[in-house]
Design a protein around this ligand. Structure first.
Ligand code: PHE
Length: 364
């Protein structure tokens, strides 16, 4: 037979379950746990019990009190949550925001909204942003190189001549060093003409083996037209290890291009000249998946790192870490603007910098 306290607990729990609002639940709380409540009354009764009974019944009383309190709290929380979801249920989340079709938040004359939003008392919805197509291209590319084991490296846009030219085996009379072609600062520094500067910085910072990519902007004094811009973007790549060859370079770039443009992408390497690679190769792609895909498009410069570059790095490091007898490497510089233009079928490089929302929204 169950103890009357257990009976009390059963009754209380049943009542708590059957109440349907906070007010009647409160009445239950008072009936059981209030000063004259039936559970509280047992506290008095304890005094009349024998020393043997007291600890057993005392323990039971605690359990009953805790169980009933917990059930009351839980039920009360249920009522609160129910009330909240009822009031939320009345919000129509399908209701469009207040700024109309252009969606502009009202600060500009482009909002397409006849009344200025100052003084407007409705909601001003936040625009949902999206990544710039060049950034998307960059992230896709970095993700592929990451899978190939490349780490990220970095260097400044404002460089010294040594990192941009001398260390890259580019002599003073080289046309790239001409004032007509490069943005020089008064102090003799310059805006880097390529991201190859980071090859040097990465090798100065760490001994071989090394496998890095360096995405970033580069600058040349080009006239701005549909295919040229004084600021453009590259991903530099550098891999130095034992026995690295042209075959490794070709394999890596072919893999990259096929990941990017699809398995039907053909990659072609044509002999070229860069002072800091020997041999040097220009990289072309062709893919049916791309618009104008029947045509070879130049997308990168590349080659096997020239031993003279290692010698320059060693001199700067003050050691023989990049011993050209022991180590070899390949490097490449991918034109990101070009890659994005062919992947997204963008006809004009100027669109990247004009911030025209009609253009940018297409990549959202
Ligand atoms: N830096 C070269 C350019 O901008 C590209 C390149 C990078 C070539 C690495 C070879 C190796 O044209």
């Amino acid at each position: 037979m169950s103890h009357p306290l257990e009976q009390l607990r059963e009754d209380a729990l049943r009542e708590i379950e059957s109440e349907s609002d906070e007010k009647s639940l409160d009445a239950v709380r008072v009936r059981y746990l209030g000063r004259n409540g039936s559970i509280s009354a047992w506290g008095e009764k304890m005094k009349t019990l024998s020393a043997a009974e007291r600890p057993v019944i005392g323990k039971l009383l605690n359990e009953v009190r805790n169980a009933v309190t917990a059930a009351l709290d839980a039920r009360s929380e249920e009522f609160r949550a129910q009330k909240e979801s009822e009031s939320l249920g009345r919000i129509d989340i399908s209701l469009p925001g207040a700024t109309g079709a252009s969606g502009y938040s009202g600060y500009s004359e482009y909002s397409g909204f006849s009344t200025p939003l100052t003084g407007y008392s409705g909601f001003v919805p936040l625009e949902r942003g999206s990544l710039h197509p060049l950034t998307q291209m960059l992230e896709r590319s970095i993700e592929i190189f990451r899978r190939m084991g490349f780490a990220l490296a970095d260097g400044p846009d404002i460089e010294d001549e040594w990192h941009c030219f001398d260390a890259l085996n580019t002599p003073p009379e080289h046309p790239a060093r001409n004032e007509q072609d490069t943005f020089f600062l008064r102090d003799g520094r310059l805006l880097r003409t390529h991201t190859s500067t980071v090859q040097i910085r990465a090798m100065q910072a760490a001994p071989p083996p090394i496998r890095v990519i360096a995405p970033g902007a580069a600058y040349r004094r080009d006239e701005l037209d549909a295919t040229h811009s004084p600021q453009f973007h590259q991903i530099e790549g550098l891999y130095v290890d034992e026995n690295v060859s042209v075959a490794d370079l070709k394999g890596a770039l072919e893999f990259f291009m096929r990941e990017l443009f699809g398995p039907d992408t053909a990659v072609q390497f044509r002999p070229h000249f860069f002072p800091f690679t020997e041999p040097s190769l220009e990289v072309y792609v062709k893919s049916k998946a791309l618009k104008g895909g029947e045509q070879w498009i130049e997308v990168a410069g590349s080659g096997v790192v020239h031993p003279a570059v290692f010698e320059q790095v060693n001199e700067a490091r003050g050691d023989k870490a990049y011993d050209p007898e022991k180590w070899s490497g390949y490097a490449f510089g991918l034109g990101m603007d070009r890659l994005a233009m062919i992947l997204f079928d963008i006809p004009d490089i100027r669109l990247f910098a004009q911030n025209d929302l009609r253009f940018l929204r297409q990549f959202a």
